[in-house]
Design a protein around this ligand. Sequence first.
Ligand code: FAD
Ligand code: UDP
Length: 402
Amino acid sequence: MFDYLIVGAGFAGSVLAERLATQMNKKVLIIDKRNHIAGNAYDHFNKDGILVHKYGPHIFHTNSKDVFDYLSRFTEWRPYEHRVQASVDGQLVPIPINLDTINKLYGLNLTSFEVEDFFQSKAEEINPIRTSEDVVVSRVGRELYEKFFRNYTRKQWGMDPSELDKSVTSRVPVRTNRDDRYFSDTYQAMPLRGYTYMFEKMLDHPNIKIMLNTDYHEILDVIPFREMIYTGPVDEYFDFRYGKLPYRSLEFKHETLDEQLHQPAPVVNYPNEHPYTRITEFKYLTGQQHPKTSIVYEYPKAEGDPYYPVPKPENAELYTRYKKLADETPGVHFVGRLATYRYYNMDQVVAQALTLFKKLSATKEVVKLADRAPVKLNGNGKAKTLNGVVAGISSNGKHKAD
Ligand code: FAD
Ligand code: UDP
């Protein structure tokens, strides 16, 4: 009998497996329908011996000391600050848009103060700011919006930025200085030996059993467990009862080239040309020395593995209905990007999993306390503790005294 069946060996599932096994001595079975652990963060050495990210570039960044300290138990880090160039009007310029972007694009020589005036002279007043179009147009105006955001977003999401929640393009800041880093978080680093190695360390515990190539439906009736932690798509768990929640997918085209270095930046975005959105060159991310180089193209598509929840009002509404079902399902905990339908980065998923662990361990503490308290049966035969501590929850979701 396992205490927990964990569905999905990505960040959400693996963090919980590690915490439950090491901190609460729980017996955990973690499964994944893929043939590997690490979820979308999975990396591996390809046949030429270059470390690549199978599901597109994963760059770790966070402002949370707790999350960084937690992951540091399982990996050393390689300091890495991510940089991206965008191909616009026939040249490569920094994205996020900054002072150098504007000067290079328009052949100007503005200062930081002047570029703020420049943005303000172009910006349109929009109130309230609701959509991904509003965010950009109200900050830098329509021309830059069209050069950098409109077509990229249409390609990536299959819809116009005016249909998407403001949170999507808000992920990319606009700067008036020369800072050309993609992220400005306090902690920016890559796991020194890769993500998969870090996950191996996380899951290396005698209480944790790993089963790959297994959909959870295949084992539900075969392997006994007390509670489930589910990190797959939430609509799928409920057999699409209210209809499909849209998730955006991607196709990754990996290539190895017989040259030291292929492009002048770790990632080059192509807002306006090509069917792909961006090309990533992994050696920049990993720091690996190799005579060849590996790149990946990302082609957005509607069907396929679910990678991105699609932030827009009607999807949020549909998700609320699924969340209600999830909240009403005893003994199953929904966590992670797909199960809670949130456009979360890795660090946010780790934080969410650590929060769920706190909740689970606190509940178990209450149960332990209640177990110790003297119990008398009330009129309907249900247990009630004398000191008033709730005794109604146990690890299998059943009443303790039943
Ligand atoms: P996943 O990693 O998706 O894990 C869920 C697992 O559940 C999967 O392995 C799946 O196979 C398994 N599963 C699903 N259904 C079943 C089932 N029925 N039975 C068994 N197993 C099942 N974040 C960053 O912080 N920085 C980045 O640079 C970054 N880049 C990204 C680039 C791309 C292209 C994508 C798609 C995402 C990126 N992310 C990035 C986000 C990051 O991938 C996620 O935040 C993180 O991987 C989510 O972890 P998770 O455990 O919630 O989900
Ligand atoms: N975006 C854009 N042009 C760019 C970069 C980003 O229009 O050059 C928009 C696009 O809608 C994208 C979103 O901003 O989906 C968030 O970008 P981010 O790089 O965070 O996307 P992710 O790495 O999560 O795919």
